[in-house]
Write a protein that binds this ligand. Structure first.
Ligand code: NAI
Length: 462
């Protein structure tokens, strides 16, 4: 059997992108993936299906709340849940099918099954062993478990089960106010579910700029989501048909319970490395079970690399994708490049939240002398015209040099707006550079320009 230049284990955003790039660079490459379809968690049970349901539920919200305001008269809109799920599935199929097409186009062999590294240069899948000069581990992550909570993916679910509930729940309790809890909570709150979020910390979205986090919580509360902060969930038990969640109020130690027909466990994810044979190979792991890699994503074993969620850093598809490209370049003898200081984070609620660079809290802690340029979407004509004027752009720049240090956006299309700032951070631009760049009118992006102006003499429309 021929020896591959590269075998990638895992066909998610990190792995499939790595395999495609390696194919483009002329390497002989195979990707081992055990799912029926390519695309990993992101395309099958994560980013893509959740965005489909976020879109559908937002449309429903618009039909009820904003159609009448713009003169569209409809009979009372209602939900066909099966059809909504079918739409979600069609979105998944179109995207996973697309990756299969790209594999064929770039001569990437898809080896179906679970891969195990039996020794450097040898990957076993089922009863076949494949030889390769290099191996990239891109096996991603899985939901973390929580003591006292038994997931059945029917009534006690992770994000996977929450994306295919048999009906829209009347009451949903979410454990953990991170990205997954808030995005899926938004979906069901818009569809009429009573949503309660239980969070261990005293604020939502840990690590995010506190002003943005507080604003998001306020807006989500207005949309009907209830938050219980500073509480530790200790167990979930079945009581008749309903589930009952027991939690402790951390400040007082008082124990309370709450009932719900569906419980979503979203308390983080952990690296998925089961069955890879890492221990036998002696591959170095961090205390959290992530695979340790060097600056070119190589593990302590020559020729075995790792990227994405199995390695340290944020568990984000775009981080994994960029690492996939970089490691393919390195294996092909080129230079790979990922700037881990400029990786945006997005929450696809309505409004969206997008952030990049330092938060105000981090700058304070590091003793950096910074200035803030803030602009509310209330002053943005385009946002006002579509009833999405809550939120703001907050630009942080060095007080002396004016160099941009971070940007935090809560508002319409924040996920796209942040890219301008990412580019700025890559090139080390100043707030003035953005302020002097002509932005189209009327666009949401004018709010970014105005926030940059606010870092200097002041915004125009505020
Ligand atoms: P997370 O780490 O974002 O949030 C988990 C939350 O659960 C934390 O706030 C934590 O304090 C809380 N928690 C932990 N134990 C608890 C307990 N016993 N009781 C109450 N609260 C408790 O985790 P999440 O939302 O599950 O997301 C996992 C990963 O997936 C993240 O790394 C995230 O970045 C990624 N992801 C990214 C998305 C995006 O980029 N839009 C979408 C979905 C997931």
């Amino acid at each position: 059997m021929a020896v591959y230049d590269l075998i990638v284990i895992g066909g998610g955003p990190g792995g499939y992108v790595c395999a495609i790039r390696a194919g483009q660079l002329g390497l002989s490459v195979a990707c081992v993936e055990s799912r029926e379809t390519l695309g990993g968690t992101c395309l099958n049970v994560g980013c893509i299906p959740s965005k489909a349901l976020l879109h559908a539920s937002h449309q429903y919200h618009e039909a009820i709340h904003n159609f009448p305001k713009v003169g569209i008269v409809t009979d009372s809109p209602s939900i066909d849940w099966d059809k909504m799920l079918a739409y979600k599935q069609s979105t998944i199929d179109a995207n996973t099918g697309g990756i299969e097409f790209l594999f064929k186009k770039n001569k990437v062999d898809w080896i179906k099954g679970k891969g195990q590294i039996v020794e450097p240069g040898k990957v076993q899948v089922g009863d076949q062993t494949f030889e390769t000069r290099n191996i990239v581990i891109a096996t991603g992550s899985e939901p973390s478990s929580l003591k006292g909570v038994k997931v059945d993916e029917k009534t006690v679910v992770t994000s996977t089960g929450a994306l295919e509930l048999s009906s829209i729940p009347a009451e949903l309790v979410i454990i953990g106010a991170g990205v997954i809890g808030l995005e899926l909570g938004s979906v069901y709150a818009r569809l009429g579910t009573k949503v309660t979020v239980l969070e261990y910390l005293n604020g939502i979205t840990p690590g995010m700029d506190a002003e943005v986090s507080k604003t998001l919580q306020r807006i989500l509360k207005r949309q009907g989501m209830d938050f219980k902060l500073g509480v530790e969930v200790t167990s979930v038990a079945k009581k008749g048909k309903a589930n009952s969640v027991e939690f402790k109020i951390r400040k007082t130690g008082k124990v309370e319970t709450i009932k719900a027909d569906i419980i979503l466990l979203s308390t983080g994810r952990r690296p998925y490395t089961d069955g890879l044979g890492l221990e036998k190979l002696g591959i170095g792991l961090t205390g959290q079970g992530q695979i340790e890699v060097d600056s070119i994503f190589q593990t302590n074993i020559k020729g075995i690399y790792a990227i994405g969620d199995v390695t340290p850093g944020p568990m984000l598809a775009h981080k994994a994708e960029d690492e996939g490209v970089a490691v393919a370049e390195e294996i092909a003898g080129n230079k790979g490049y990922v700037n881990h200081d400029v990786i945006p984070s997005v929450i696809y609620t309505q409004p969206e939240v997008a952030t990049v660079g330092k938060t105000e809290e981090q700058l304070k802690e590091e003793g950096v002398d910074y200035k803030i340029g803030k602009f509310p979407f209330q002053g943005n004509a385009r946002a006002k015209s579509i009833f999405q004027a809550s939120g703001f752009v907050k630009m942080l720049a060095d007080r002396e040099t004016d160099k941009i240090l971070g940007c935090h956006i809560i508002g319409p299309s924040a996920s796209d707006l942040i890219q301008e700032v990412c580019l700025g951070l890559e090139f080390g631009v100043s707030a003035e550079d953005i302020a002097l760049t002509c932005h189209g009118h009327p666009t949401y992006s004018e709010a970014v320009k105005e926030a940059a102006l606010a870092c200097g003499d002041g915004a125009i429309h505020a």
